[in-house]
Design a protein around this ligand. Structure first.
Ligand code: FAD
Length: 302
């Protein structure tokens, strides 16, 4: 039997891929070293931007700020600072926004944040605070000419009653000035592809960048996924089965799983990816290489 070689976007040199990387602010000196090793390794891949998360309950306010400021100072990367509405008045949040403006930051990832009682409890706005992500987007746009990215949920946010409500929220955020969305991670690409169709049908035209989580630790990822409403398919569990004590094989499987996911997305026309790096570079670097990215000498961290 003869098989025709299919033309696949993932095999074409002309497919231009854009990536962005997410980091979390380090808690300790060792974690700081690990973060900067990761940034230094990934910077030459010339990401569109790198983002730094904001800890639950605003717990990393200073650390997020310090990390973002150091990226501005020591690299030619474009940082995006995550910011939430949790546990702060509008005036306090506005101060944070202004301090980013003064530091030369031009991109904020605006989020409501998780409830103070943890995931699964209901969200109550802080007294005098921004009530939700839409209000936060409006607040940021009022203060300065920031690029504002927001979240999107291919399997819907766990608090949204249905997809309609979820899409209403995304539409409200876009109407308030958001120009890009990054998705919660997902493992079945069908969730993302169907979601993008729904978003477009709802008249929302901003880029919906898939958030890709390389599975560094299956147990941890599965437990986090459960809380965030991302489903973990049985086939994924099967791939990591029996590897709890075998870190080397686990790493190879993680690379294969992530590679399969991004290659399939490229074959479906996706050209932009946001990687949740967990402050580790190797796996993400390898996946980017597979996607055709090569280090550029002009884009190096200090
Ligand atoms: P929203 O878009 O605000 O939606 C949450 C829910 O709010 C909706 O489902 C809806 O029920 C309700 N809502 C009702 N009316 C409105 C309205 N008018 N406008 C908006 N919402 C309304 N968390 C952190 O603490 N720090 C981070 O750095 C962080 N980074 C993230 C990055 C990405 C890419 C993603 C996908 C999530 C991130 N999160 C972060 C998690 C996020 O804070 C939680 O998922 C949180 O529960 C929801 O905030 P949101 O802005 O994503 O959701």
């Amino acid at each position: 039997m003869m098989f025709e070689q299919l033309a696949r976007a993932s095999r074409s040199r002309s497919t231009q891929i854009n990536v962005s990387f997410e980091f979390f602010p380090p808690k300790t000196a060792e974690m700081d070293v690990a973060l900067w090793e990761a940034i230094t390794r990934l910077a030459p891949l010339d990401p569109s931007f790198v983002s730094v998360t904001y800890g639950a309950g605003g717990s990393t306010r200073e650390r997020t700020h310090a990390t973002v400021e150091r990226i501005v100072r020591e690299t030619s990367l474009k940082p995006a600072a995550h910011l939430t509405c949790v546990a702060a008045t509008r005036a306090e949040v506005d101060d944070v926004i202004r301090s980013y403006q003064a530091a030369g930051v031009r991109h904020i990832v605006a989020l409501r944040g998780d409830p103070m009682g943890g995931l699964g409890t209901s969200f109550a706005a802080h007294q005098g605070g921004y009530a939700n992500s839409t209000e936060l987007v409006e607040g940021i746009r009022r203060i300065g000419d920031f690029e504002v990215t927001v979240s999107a949920y291919p399997e819907k946010h766990p608090e949204s009653a249905d997809f309609e409500q979820d899409l209403d929220v995304l539409k409200a955020k876009v109407d308030a000035g958001a120009t890009r969305a990054i998705t919660q991670f997902f493992f079945d690409n069908a969730h993302y592809l169907r979601y993008v169709d729904k978003v477009r049908a709802r008249g929302i035209h901003i880029p919906i960048i898939p958030g890709i989580v390389p599975v560094q630790n299956f147990k941890q990822t599965a437990s986090f996924a459960k809380k965030t409403g991302a489903s973990v398919p049985q086939w994924l569990a099967d791939r990591f089965e029996g590897l709890e004590e075998d870190a080397a094989t686990r790493r190879l499987i993680a690379a294969v799983v992530a590679a399969e996911q991004v290659i399939d997305l490229v074959d479906h026309g996706v050209t932009d990816f946001h990687f949740y790096t967990m402050n580790k570079a190797d796996l993400v670097y390898a996946i980017c290489h597979l996607l055709g990215l090569r280090p550029s000498l002009s884009e190096r961290a200090a």
